[in-house]
Design a protein around this ligand. Structure first.
Ligand SMILES: Cc1cc2nc3c(=O)[nH]c(=O)nc-3n(C[C@H](O)[C@H](O)[C@H](O)COP(=O)(O)O)c2cc1C
Length: 203
């Protein structure tokens, strides 16, 4: 697999000719609602995509002095992103913005590689969802959009599905979703796959 391949070429090279969608959960909490949401989203892609969950818990705090060579967990995360046809980000909202750990991961992914090759995240297809409190993750989404645009990422239509968390959810740490929310997540996945198939390039 090389970076010069088009998405269509990468799709046709993998075994089942299915695109690969990489789920990036912006919370490292074991019982994370956003992780639960990612698992629901993954089920909607069954038979339509190879779904992978990014393991990024060991990615260090970004320090420009430590960029080259990239720390191993960073190199591993970058390899996963490079191999994916689309990213599905699940973000909580922290203090009406993007959680620091997720922003830190995006900062690592936004940097060029040792050999001068462009950052692996540039131009990737992406869609974003999130589970959060009463604000329904709106400000985290709004904070993320300029970053995704700056990175020339191709944002799928129907992105930014926010799943509200009720007080009861916090009591037992179990995500509950209504039919409308499940349908919205399923539709979002379809839109991501459509954009992957279109192989749109942002200039
Ligand atoms: C530092 C911090 C800041 C938070 N700020 C917000 C916020 O601005 N808006 C909101 O809806 N929830 C906020 N919350 C609550 C999160 O929505 C809640 O902790 C949620 O469970 C986090 O997602 P997770 O379950 O995937 O870890 C905050 C939580 C933390 C720890």
């Amino acid at each position: 697999m090389t970076d010069t391949m088009t998405t269509q070429e990468r799709i046709s090279q993998n075994d089942g000719s299915l695109p690969t969608v990489l789920m990036i959960v912006g919370s490292l909490r074991k019982q994370s609602f956003n992780r639960q949401l990612a698992e629901v989203a993954a089920t909607t892609l069954e038979g339509k995509a190879n779904v992978r969950m990014l393991d990024w818990k060991d990615v260090p705090i970004f320090n420009q002095d430590d960029e080259f060579p990239a720390p191993k967990p960073v190199a591993a995360a970058r390899a996963e992103v490079a191999a994916a046809d689309g990213l599905w980000i699940f973000t909580p909202e922290y203090n009406h913005g993007v959680p620091g750990p997720l922003q830190n991961l995006l900062d690592w992914l936004s940097r060029p590689l040792e050999d001068g090759a462009p950052a692996v995240i540039l131009g990737k297809n992406v869609t974003v969802s999130g589970a959060g409190g009463m604000n329904c993750v709106r400000d985290a989404f709004a904070t993320l959009i300029p970053t995704l645009n700056f990175l020339k990422m191709v944002i799928a239509p129907s992105s930014f599905t926010g799943v509200p968390l009720a007080r009861e959810n916090f009591m037992d740490n179990k995500l509950t979703m209504g039919k409308a929310e499940r349908d919205a997540i399923a539709h979002q996945g379809e839109m991501l796959l459509s954009n992957i198939a279109l192989d749109i390039q942002v200039q």
